[in-house]
Write a new protein. Sequence first.
Length: 591
Amino acid sequence: MRLRKAALVPALVAVSALTLSACGGGGGSKPSASSSTGGAKSSVQNFSIGTKADSTGPAADVPGAKQGGTAHDIEASGFDYLDPRQQYVNQLQAIGMLYSRQLTNYKTDPQTGKVTLVGDLATDTGTMSDGGKTWTWTLKDGLKFEDGTPITSKDVKYAVETLYQDYQTNGPTYFPTWLSGADYRKVYQGPQNGQDLPDSVISTPDNKTITFHFQGIHTDANFAAAMPDITAIEKSADTGPKYDNHPVSIGPYKIADYQKDKSLTLVKNPMWDPKTDPIRHQYVDKWQVELNVANPQLTQRLMGGAGDDKDALTLVTNADSSLIKNIQDDSSMASRTISQFLPFVDTFDINTTRITNPAVRKALAVAFPAAQVNRQLGGSATGDLAGNLVSPTVAGWQNTDPLGIKANPTGDPAKAKQMLQAAGALGTHIELGYANTPRWQQVSTTVVDALNQAGFNAEKKEIDATTYYSVIGKVDNQFDLYRSGWAADWPTGDTVIPPTLDGRQIADGATNYSHYNNPAMNSQMDQIESIADQNQAGAQWMKLADQILSNDVPQIPYAYDKFFQVYGAGVGGVAYNPVIGSVDVSSIYIK
């Protein structure tokens, strides 16, 4: 799940790198249909499921695009993995778009920001049967690996089979779990010993067709097929764990040189056929990636645009907080500034096994100083005040406010104290756990002070930032309140509500951090998961999330995260992918 992304946040906030959950807020106004300033546009929940025609290449020309030149990408950290099967963090998914392809993927219109799910390796987004238990895709003609070998359905099956191997520990697990259950590695250990999954699990009746037979209903498998691991791997080139050093390309660029934690160079892949690809272009001759460039230097270089930095961008690193106002105040940077919603919602989770009274939990929400916290975390450039648990990038999102957080953004300590008195709970002890970074030290003080003003007996206790999520992820933890962040893996509530609020998923290391368990709500989740119409399902997920928040208050939402950064004046075709939460590399050109 997005735990891999969310788990990075406490440590990364401290170093201002890859600030995936940088939070901020203003007065709680509704996000506009397009929150962009400059060239990259992205609309709130602006996506659709494409047709076969939408899935046909080549991608539409980008107005004004030119051939040639080198695009420079500057990143604040190195790449954990280049192997698409091990890629989950948004930085890795973003760079993988240059050399990897999946059964389906997302096409972003740089002019409107609209995101469309289309067939990538497949001719369309897939065909569902058996009520959602079976999905079939047909591969396009003309697909090749970088050595010229044609790609077949058996290469996709092999890629999925390798996900069962014990070294594949960092990527998504949707398909193997859906195919073989939570203990899928006990069922099958991978193809390394010449054993294949039977046709009853994955069948490839010919070189173009692949069918997956899931154990349960998964009406959104077309979205899951866009995750990085649902790709094609050439068996003869698979070197196991070493494959990560140089994965074989099936996209418009191939790896020419990789110096781990230092640099990555990609050049054009002549075996990529644009007629098969409705998403990507091959405008630039080369991508030169520079790794481990810390902020504020990274942001300063993009602002200055000297030398090669004129043709530079960063895929996921937020602007250094100390420079945000400089960027906002400089009108010359307006046309090359990105301000877009990330798929994250930040919350303070209430440990419902310790704070068992919903009235006390509601008083916590009423007292919570959301606006003050958001200001301390960067302001409106890095986040909008959140009223609910669903990101504006997710289907079905509505600008609701069931706890009144946006209506009362600074909190209402007097009202909260009255609620505690009515519940006979004045003086309730609250142990707040926080990551021991300067920023979260400041935030924790603000929260504790607000709660004490409201009649709680609140105190704070630090947690090592490097183990923060491991600590709060324990069911028997010693805290009542702690911060987390979550993002959808694709733009439906199915990857938001069940991972964080399904009581059947309470376990050490799981992501139901509030330990919330309401059997009636669990049952509603099952019902929504069986709805085939994703628009209808989206509306139901939104309704359920608000119902849980209003009645049971397991979490306090406070920020819809944003990505805010500048890019070099020589870079064109900049679009933003709100599903991944990164700049979209597919349309980049050098002016």
